[in-house]
Ligand binder design. Structure first.
Ligand SMILES: C[S@@+](CC[C@H](N)C(=O)[O-])C[C@H]1O[C@@H](n2cnc3c(N)ncnc32)[C@H](O)[C@@H]1O
Length: 379
């Protein structure tokens, strides 16, 4: 599967869109607000004794389409404004580059930008002449390759995009009964996944090291695991119910067995140890302590305008968690499933997926493990 051609979240603003089903990721981003603010503050203070830049160039890579895209932008704008006020400096112009794969729904983002820039609460967007001091650009392409000119970026942000691989690794054995790594996955499959992640992650760091200025900062949040074993339970809570749904459809003759056998997700949930080792191997960045946190699956229902960083206390239980998680996951992987199995199975498989989650998941497993790292480009 050519990820660049096929992969994207569900576009638009409808019921099945990523825009309407990205509460899990929104909650994760809110939990990293302090880390983003600290990185921006460090960046500005580090530049205060040289010529303070007239323009800060920011990139949000794998931004997708929906409220989360502009949430990150507004956090960065607020952090720059606050830091500059504290330092007694005029805020620089801010250029925010929004990147995703070419088939992502950039139109939705551009339409939302209009409202964002006109919103009176975003006063920091305007300079004394009432003109916006913040400029947005769409950058289609894969972040596993170069996207920006040499040494042009001051701050780079990623949330929940870098666990996706550039391609499905070549697998020597069938990952029988699974669609991702589990305790029954053959060792060779697990190794192939890690090697693909390693190649992708090192390539991605190399590209960013060329694009970022010395002292530039990068904050990266991705779905991960706390344990060293990639075949441990933690990474599979979300995917086992989907494998079970597909397996049931094989038994009922609705899905071909070979199709199920050859379906594996092109993603990898890494561990803090693996990340630390890869950053050290590549060598261009200094890494702050790694942060790990959980996002409760109930957060799928977080409202678009809910910017409360606290736990998901305000979320009601009026929907089964399975229904919501199934919608959230469908918004992310529908093109992958449709491309492999055909569109006809979509409603059925995701309905079953939601029911299995509700029936089998427990409070202990209903969480998305997230890893955040904050990096500084060496001078
Ligand atoms: C789960 S969404 C996260 C979106 C947003 N950052 C958030 O936190 O809500 C992952 C995004 O990463 C994008 N993505 C995956 N691989 C990519 C790549 N190689 N280059 C650019 N974007 C990619 C997907 O298209 C998708 O929009």
């Amino acid at each position: 599967m050519d990820m660049v051609k096929f992969f994207h979240m569900n576009g638009g603003i409808g019921d099945a869109s990523y825009s309407s089903n990205s509460g899990l990721q929104r909650t994760g981003i809110m939990k990293t607000k302090g880390i983003i603010e600290q990185a921006i503050s460090d960046l500005c203070h580090a530049r205060s004794n040289v010529n303070f830049p007239k323009t800060l160039v920011i990139a949000d890579l794998g931004c997708s389409s929906g409220p989360n895209t502009l949430l990150v932008g507004s956090m960065v704008i607020n952090a720059v404004t606050k830091t500059c006020l504290e330092m007694g400096l005029k805020s620089p112009d801010i250029q925010i580059n929004l990147n995703d794969l070419p088939t992502s729904d950039f139109n939705i983002v551009f339409i939302a930008l209009q409202e964002f820039q006109n919103n009176s609460t975003n006063d920091q967007l305007r300079d004394v002449h009432g003109q916006p001091a913040c400029y947005f650009t769409g950058v289609p392409g894969s972040f596993f390759g170069r996207l920006f000119p040499m040494k042009s970026l001051n701050f780079v942000h990623f949330s929940y995009s870098l666990q996706w691989l550039s391609q499905l690794p070549e697998l020597e054995e069938i990952n029988k009964g699974n669609i991702y790594l589990s305790c029954t996955t053959p060792e060779s499959v697990s190794r192939a996944y890690f090697e693909q992640f390693q190649t992708d992650f090192l390539g991605f760091l190399r590209c960013r090291s060329e694009e970022m200025m010395g002292g530039g900062r990068m904050v990266l949040t991705l779905a991960g695991r706390t344990t060293d074993d990639p075949r441990g339970e933690e990474s599979y809570h979300l995917w086992r119910p989907l494998a079970m749904a597909l397996q049931d459809m094989v038994f009922e003759g609705l899905v071909e067995e070979e199709k199920f056998d050859s379906f594996n997700l092109p993603q990898y949930t890494t561990s803090p140890t693996e990340i630390m080792n890869l950053v050290k191997t590549e060598g261009s960045f200094v890494l702050d302590p790694v942060e790990i946190f959980d996002v409760n699956w109930k957060a799928w229902k977080r409202e678009k305008n809910d910017n409360d960083a606290s736990e998901v206390k305000q979320l009601t239980e009026d929907y089964g968690v399975g229904h919501g998680v199934s919608k959230a996951i469908r918004a992310g992987i529908e093109p992958l499933v449709a491309n492999h199995f055909g569109e006809a199975i979509l409603d059925d498989v995701f309905e079953r997926y939601g029911q299995i989650i509700t029936a089998t998941s427990s409070k202990e497993t209903q969480k998305l493990v997230s890893i955040t790292i904050s990096l500084t480009r060496k001078m």
